[in-house]
Design a protein around this ligand. Structure first.
Ligand SMILES: Cc1cc2nc3c(=O)[nH]c(=O)nc-3n(C[C@H](O)[C@H](O)[C@H](O)COP(=O)(O)O)c2cc1C
Length: 187
């Protein structure tokens, strides 16, 4: 089994990385390999809408998204974490999400087997973890349309200082539990 983990925060060692790394620790404690990428360090352009991917495998934009497309195709589960910026995922995260278009077939199936387990992680300054639930729900629906199976949306509120998530024992414990759970999923 192989898990792909991605974070889209520009802040190194910030809250999003902390929560996602706790999920990774949970998975690794069960002997599973996790490939982790910091999206903010990669060179990923926006989708050019050239439609190359509708008649070819891969993507015409030759940047750091190409290995990530391969990673998604071969992953047994994916973890995607983003801070909330202006009520939504960060631009760095959205660039990755838009480029998943390259894995969408013209008949709206995906180039991977349906039901790829996905964990969504958000960290936010707002203490009320339900404040952006409309956006989180809609995003989960979008991923379900892309034939992911959203197994959890983990939200950590009250995160201003980059070390705040570390202090949220409930979220960190839940994150480890989710990581362990991912290793039990059969694909
Ligand atoms: C540009 C920007 C926009 C933000 N917008 C929101 C927001 O809309 N709602 C919110 O609760 N927090 C917002 N925040 C706070 C971050 O979501 C929060 O501090 C998060 O934990 C940062 O994650 P990181 O430590 O991984 O970078 C914003 C922060 C920045 C820098």
């Amino acid at each position: 089994m192989k898990i792909l983990a991605l974070t889209g925060s520009p802040r190194k060692d910030g809250n999003t990385e902390t929560v996602v790394k706790a999920i990774i620790a949970g998975a690794e404690s069960k002997g599973t390999t996790v490939n982790y990428y910091d999206l903010s360090k990669l060179n990923i352009s926006g989708c050019k809408a050239c439609m190359y991917c509708k008649t070819n495998d891969g993507c015409a934009v030759k940047d750091d998204m190409l290995p990530l497309l391969e990673e998604v195709l071969t992953a047994d589960a994916v973890i995607l974490g983003s801070p909330v910026y202006m009520w939504q995922m960060t631009a760095q995260t959205k660039l990755f999400v838009d480029r998943l278009f390259a894995l969408l077939n013209p008949d709206y199936t995906m180039k991977f087997k349906e039901g790829l387990p996905l964990v969504l992680v958000y960290t936010q300054g707002q203490p009320n973890i339900n404040a952006f639930s409309g956006y989180f729900d809609m995003t989960a629906k979008m991923f379900e349309f892309l034939q992911f199976k959203v197994v959890n949306t983990l939200v950590c509120g009250n995160c201003r200082d980059k070390k705040d998530a570390e202090k949220n024992e409930t979220v960190i414990a839940k994150a480890k539990e989710i990581g362990e759970y991912l290793t039990t999923i059969k694909r």
